[in-house]
Design a binder for this molecule. Structure first.
Ligand SMILES: [Zn+2]
Ligand SMILES: [Zn+2]
Length: 239
């Protein structure tokens, strides 16, 4: 797969002293997208069509509707609502057309039954789509830089690791560009960095809990004062 390679933002993120450089990149890009949809500049016609078709998820509607941006968001919400209402008839017809047998098994079985997927209506978000596509590019670029640039490789090695989600994405994305000994080297380095830093965070959150014991009240916090949000970030990524 050919990918657009934009190495500078990846380098910048890895230079930050943070628990997951890919979460930092995601947050920066999310912020940019939120502003681009509400920034007052005229939206390209094809983007407008896509907004009317997909709308936004709750998180992104909520991030956009602050202060003086509310009118713009309300106009998009109105158009999207009208368009969605027009599509509901089609969706309910599709549900009606599902064979009776499939519907019957809804009762008496707790297993999910193949029905009609309505997630295009209930869960679509143009901003999530853009952001996910951008992050796939940055994941690709991270592996690409690791392969091509030895100074990036040592930056990677000395980083504080990743949240579990981005660790898993890197693990799964690596075979797209690496194989054999090189792939093994990447996996070993990624696992080393991740385990070393998960252990560090585990020690930090443990000391955070021990500080609640009055016997430890006068002992120094070390790096543990903000260990709880950093542990959550490692486990689930940055909101
Ligand atoms: Zn992350
Ligand atoms: Zn979204």
């Amino acid at each position: 797969m050919r990918q657009h390679i934009d190495t500078i933002p990846v380098w910048d993120a890895f230079k930050q002293d943070c628990e997951c450089p890919l979460c930092e990149l995601r947050a920066t890009n999310e912020d940019n997208y939120v502003h681009s949809f509400t920034g007052g500049s005229v939206m390209e016609p094809d983007v407008r069509v896509e907004v009317n078709m997909k709308g936004f998820c709750a998180r992104h509607f909520n991030l956009m509707m602050v202060g003086d941006r509310r009118l713009g968001v309300a106009l998009m919400a109105h158009t999207y609502l009208k368009q969605t209402m027009a599509r509901l008839g089609e969706a309910s017809q599709a549900v009606q057309d599902v064979p009776a047998k499939a519907k019957k098994s809804l009762f008496g079985s707790k297993k999910p039954v193949a029905g009609v997927d309505l997630s295009d209506i209930t869960d679509s978000c143009i901003l999530c789509d853009r952001l996910n596509a951008t992050m796939e590019r940055y994941i690709y670029t991270t592996v690409h830089l690791w392969k091509k640039d030895s100074s990036f490789r040592s930056q990677f090695k000395n980083s504080k690791g990743f949240c579990l989600k981005h660790y898993a994405r890197l693990l799964n994305a690596a075979p797209e560009q690496l194989n054999g000994q090189e792939l093994k080297q990447f996996n070993d380095m990624l696992n080393d960095v991740e385990m070393t830093n998960l252990k560090r965070v585990a020690d930090e959150i443990e000391w955070f809990t021990l500080k609640f014991d009055h016997k430890n009240a006068d002992k120094p916090w070390g790096n543990s004062r903000d260990a709880l949000p950093r542990t959550v970030l490692k486990l689930r990524g940055k909101e």
